[in-house]
Design a binder for this molecule. Sequence first.
Ligand SMILES: Nc1ncnc2c1ncn2[C@@H]1O[C@H](COP(=O)(O)OP(=O)(O)OP(=O)(O)O)[C@@H](O)[C@H]1O
Ligand SMILES: [Mg+2]
Length: 204
Amino acid sequence: MIISLVNQKGGVGKTTIAINLAYALAQQGDKVLLIDTDHQGSVMHFKKIDQHNHFDVVHHTQTDLTQHIRELTQGYRHTVIDAPPAVGDMIRSVLLVSNLAIVPVGPSPLDIWSAREMVHLIRELRKEKRNLSGRLLICRKIVGTRVGREVREALENYQMDIFQTEIHQRIAYVEAMIAGMPVMAYAPQSEAGQEIKNLCTELL
Ligand SMILES: Nc1ncnc2c1ncn2[C@@H]1O[C@H](COP(=O)(O)OP(=O)(O)OP(=O)(O)O)[C@@H](O)[C@H]1O
Ligand SMILES: [Mg+2]
């Protein structure tokens, strides 16, 4: 399965989810590839400090993914694609090779409004790629606030599936990244580790 993390809005957690999800999928015993399509190369920076090599990483910033995806993903059960915070040819090419596009959305009206464009783009590209589906993921929710419930209600208007699993704003994600580890490895018993596990289970 090819799973991408897409949202033109910056800082919603695409890269954090991509790294942690790639690890969670690899923990199932499958070979996993993570493709970093962002010029910022955040995944590549992570890979430099990651000691464990649980999954493979490539940096591919050209918009010709559709031509290369077959050779890139050969031998991998799952591929995760981290997309840049932009709309344009790169996102189109990421979506055209994806089976599932996850749109992480932060718990604020600004984030909800900006997700609309991505929802429309996924819907438009489904005409070209029938086996592409989109799913919204509530991300960076603040623990102990009611805002999350309101976000879910607002997102329901987009008529796109929403993950039951919600990713909260948790220091463990940042600490794990500093340690060069996915959160499930850094703090296996943590709530952050558990929500990534839940996301992976729900997705599979
Ligand atoms: N659930 C979370 N809890 C706490 N911090 C988080 C969480 N998700 C992301 N962050 C932090 O927020 C910042 C932005 O996250 P990240 O780089 O994953 O977002 P992004 O959508 O990939 O950004 P960009 O659009 O710039 O690529 C990072 O410093 C990251 O450590
Ligand atoms: Mg990123």
